[in-house]
Design a protein around this ligand. Structure first.
Ligand SMILES: Nc1ncnc2c1ncn2[C@@H]1O[C@H](COP(=O)(O)OP(=O)(O)OP(=O)(O)O)[C@@H](O)[C@H]1O
Ligand SMILES: [Mg+2]
Length: 310
């Protein structure tokens, strides 16, 4: 081995001292480089995200504008429907009224009895149309936000008795018994009595329509466990199939074509109106039905609407 002469490389004391910690310095430098790379990557991602957020904001604005436009046109449609149905009511009322008047023959006999029959048909079909227009008007008014609630403290037995009186003729024409059962000392209900009557009459008209001769309809009301009031309209009619129960409160839903239920008419608006009117009173609806046994609908008013006993 050839000895190496000449100037030896200078090794400073500082260098010698640093020698043992050099691996640590390399590790630290490596970590720093990795961190810088990650930092750059993150900054790029942040930039991308900012761009995406900007794009989403623009789409959101466009959607909101579209939604606003759709809401305005929906509102206009409801207002138009409310106006037109209101206009239809006046002539229809006149047709019903004049058909009644002529049938009474105040200015002399009609002559041929056929005229009397035609007048009865004119009266019943226009009265049916008037019912339909009234339902449509209610739905349109509610959708357009034009419904006015006239609220006061009302007696539930009085409301139910009014409904019974209104429906007695139809029920007995169909050979159906109509019974009212109200709990004694039932508290007063804060409601729009006309609207609550409308709820009950709509339910009763279904019960009358879908209950065969010899059946029974019960209207009941009692306080519930949480301090509210629950009304129940129960019939022994044809019932509703289980798979159709969920949909009956949707507008224009009819479980079976009404021409299959002998001589029945309807538009499928009654129950949807009941739901809207119940909502206006913060009341909840329930329906139970068994085919060929009957249907029970409950309307549950919350304790906030219940006052002192009447
Ligand atoms: N008590 C009931 N018994 C059996 N079926 C019922 C009863 N109530 C409602 N239904 C079913 O639910 C459907 C919807 O009822 P809804 O009152 O909304 O409409 P409708 O009575 O057919 O028409 P409208 O009430 O507009 O005259 C009815 O067509 C009927 O098939
Ligand atoms: Mg109905």
């Amino acid at each position: 081995m050839v000895p190496r002469y000449g100037p030896q490389p200078k090794v400073s004391l500082k260098g010698l001292l640093l020698l043992p910690v050099m691996p640590l310095v390399w590790v630290v430098r490596g970590v720093k480089r990795r961190r810088d790379r990650q930092k750059n990557k993150l900054q790029r991602e942040i930039l991308d995200l900012r761009r995406e957020i900007k794009g989403l904001r623009r789409i959101n604005m466009e959607l909101m504008n579209g939604k606003e436009r759709a809401e305005i046109s929906d509102q206009r449609k409801s207002e138009f429907l409310a106006r037109i149905t209101h206009e239809l009511r006046t002539p229809l009322n006149a047709v019903v009224g004049f058909a009644d008047l002529v049938r009474q023959e105040p200015y002399g006999e009609l002559g041929n009895p056929k005229y009397g029959e035609y007048l009865t048909d004119i009266r019943s079909t226009s009265a049916h149309m008037l019912d339909l227009v009234n339902d449509l008007l209610d739905v349109a008014k509610i959708e357009a936000g034009h419904i006015e609630m006239r609220e006061s403290w009302a007696s539930v037995p009085n409301i139910l008795d009014d409904c019974r009186r209104l429906m007695t003729a139809d029920a007995s024409a169909g050979g159906i018994e109509l019974v009212v059962k109200t709990a004694p000392d039932l508290p007063a209900l804060h409601c729009d009595p006309g609207r609550v009557r409308q709820i009950v009459v709509n339910l009763l008209s279904n019960s009358v329509k879908f209950t065969p001769k010899g059946g029974r309809i019960t209207i009941a009301a009692r306080p519930d466990r949480v301090g509210g009031i629950v009304m129940r309209i129960e019939d022994t009619g044809i019932g509703i199939p289980r798979d159709a129960l969920e949909d009956v409160f949707e507008p224009y839903t009819q479980v079976r074509a009404n021409h299959l239920v002998k001589g029945q008419q309807g538009s499928g608006l009654g129950l949807s109106l009941v739901r809207i009117l119940a909502d206006l009173h913060q009341a909840t609806l329930g329906i139970e039905s068994v085919e060929r046994q009957g249907t029970t609908v409950t309307v549950r008013f919350p304790p906030t609407r219940v006052g002192r006993a009447t």
